[in-house]
Design a protein around this ligand. Sequence first.
Ligand SMILES: [Cu+2]
Length: 68
Amino acid sequence: MERTEFTVKGMTCDNCVQSVTQALKDVEGVKVAKVTLADERAQVTFDPSATSIEHLKGAVKAAGYEVA
Ligand SMILES: [Cu+2]
């Protein structure tokens, strides 16, 4: 397992947090996704043989949010 953390921009409420969390959890290989609104962070634990950081960020973008 690998753990990564990145910034998610554009979240304004708990529904946004849920959307981003779900988008990450829907990625195959993701074990844990924790998203916090206050510090605009996503913490993800994933199987690096099943997905990649680029793929995780892509899923967040596809859900309508910016990543940094
Ligand atoms: Cu929202």
